[in-house]
Design a protein around this ligand. Structure first.
Ligand SMILES: [Mn+2]
Length: 422
């Protein structure tokens, strides 16, 4: 047996053994999937000597499943469709994953155009058959929603005005599609928020540099009007463009797009930054930020007030308004997520960010993104894996009406299978 085949055999035996521990429907489902992979990979011909050398793969081995490290690059191996091609056969969805490979408005390191591909690479060990986590207590793909990877917007890399229009049109096009499952509570909830009284799909966007949020906010404004933003980032991104600006287009960068969004009336006066620690020109930067309707939770606030108070403040500030969630990967410490355009030392851990995100579940989130992943600066895919894992949390947030209880609340240590061990 070649080494790779031995490795695959070992891997699937381990996975199969894990799956045997559960006995609920989800585990049965997962086990069935692995069993088919196991069969496909490991099954020897029934009668090796008798199989003609002309036998096809299908005759000899059957199906062609994707392994964790093979296959086309759809997020977590979910269904992939070129959703922007608006044909009669367009695939319906409740949640779309959409790449925006745009990185021509950065102030420091370029490279986030490879972010969508990097995040999908980081998601290779995820799949819809094994997506239950102890932290969430459920599997986001088994909540009745159809999640589709809609591919990437083919963004023009030479003309930013054109690129911004392409991203806005792409986002608005998908936002205008009917939801796949109108009975899904979290999709239905968008109906009450939308100006047209219709339920709208929600889009998880893979950036791209942070400027992609401007065309997204323009598209969202068409459906929901001004929205609140929860913005995870080391930087404010509300900086005023220089006056006079060298050109109109040069006003729009990954550090000014929120200022421009505010000028355009796309934001409610109730948004929050989380994880701020950048160096500034002075307190005037904060005053400018507040004049744009933002409140700040700094990186250090987490140490001073604790995680539950951070969550409480963010929830209280945005309330039940339609809220857009934007996460710059540089909110995480560069030791844990080095592959980004403008790294800032001393950030939150990936675990802290994930816990805060869970605490925000149930807000009226109308869309989410993760931006500024620039895989060329990565080591061992560590940033891409963190980003892909956060996308899994986004899906959990979009599926639930409230934050998950802690695992201990759901299943106390002392009680096993409903039986008091004492
Ligand atoms: Mn940013």
């Amino acid at each position: 047996m070649p080494l790779t085949a031995r490795f695959a055999a070992l891997l699937f035996l381990v996975l199969g053994a894990c799956a045997h521990h559960g006995n609920d429907a989800e585990h049965e489902h997962a086990h069935a999937h692995e069993h088919s992979l196991e069969q496909a990979v490991l099954r020897a011909p029934a009668q090796p000597q008798a199989v003609a050398s002309s036998a096809t793969w299908a005759e000899k081995y059957g199906t062609q499943p994707d392994l964790g490290y093979t296959g086309p690059l759809a997020f977590a191996h979910i269904n992939y469709a070129r959703c922007l091609e608006d044909t009669a056969a367009a695939v319906p969805f409740d949640v779309a994953v959409l790449g925006m490979p745009f990185d021509t408005s950065v102030t420091y390191r370029p490279g986030a155009r490879f972010g969508p591909a990097g995040i999908r690479t980081g998601s290779r060990r995820q799949n819809a058959q094994r997506a239950y986590t102890l932290a969430w207590g459920f599997d986001p793909y088994k909540q009745g929603a159809t999640v589709v990877d809609c591919g990437d917007v083919p963004v023009n890399p030479f003309d930013n005005a054109l690129a911004l229009d392409q991203m806005e049109v792409a986002y608005a096009s998908l936002l205008a599609r009917p939801v796949a499952n109108a009975t899904l509570a979290r999709s239905e909830a968008t109906r009450a928020l939308a100006k047209d009284g219709r339920a709208h799909p929600r889009i998880v966007t893979l950036g791209g540099d942070h400027t992609i949020v401007l065309p997204i906010l323009r598209a969202l404004n068409g459906v929901y009007g001004p929205v609140s933003v929860i913005h995870f980032d080391a930087h404010l991104d509300t900086w005023a463009p220089p006056v006079p600006a060298p050109s109109d287009q040069s006003r729009i960068t990954h550090g000014t797009f929120f200022h421009v969004a505010r000028e355009e009336g796309l934001l409610r006066n109730a948004s929050v930054h989380a994880g701020i620690r950048t160096k500034m020109a002075g307190i005037g930067d904060v005053e400018n930020d507040e004049s744009n309707g933002f409140r700040i939770v700094s990186t250090e606030d987490l140490d001073d007030i604790g995680l539950s108070e951070v969550v409480r403040r963010i929830r209280a500030h945005v309330g039940d308004r339609p809220v857009y969630l934007s996460l710059d990967i540089d909110v995480i410490d560069p030791g844990l997520a080095p592959a980004t355009g403008t790294p800032e030392a001393g950030g939150w851990t990936t675990r802290e960010v994930k816990r805060i995100l869970r605490g925000l579940a149930g807000l009226n989130i109308v869309g989410a993104d993760i931006v500024e992943v620039a895989p060329a600066y990565d080591h061992a895919d560590v940033t891409s894996i963190a980003a892909a894992d956060i996308v899994h949390d986004f899906l959990g947030m979009l599926m639930s009406a409230k934050p998950p209880k802690s695992r201990d609340e759901r299943r106390p240590w002392d009680v096993v299978q409903g039986r008091d061990e004492l």
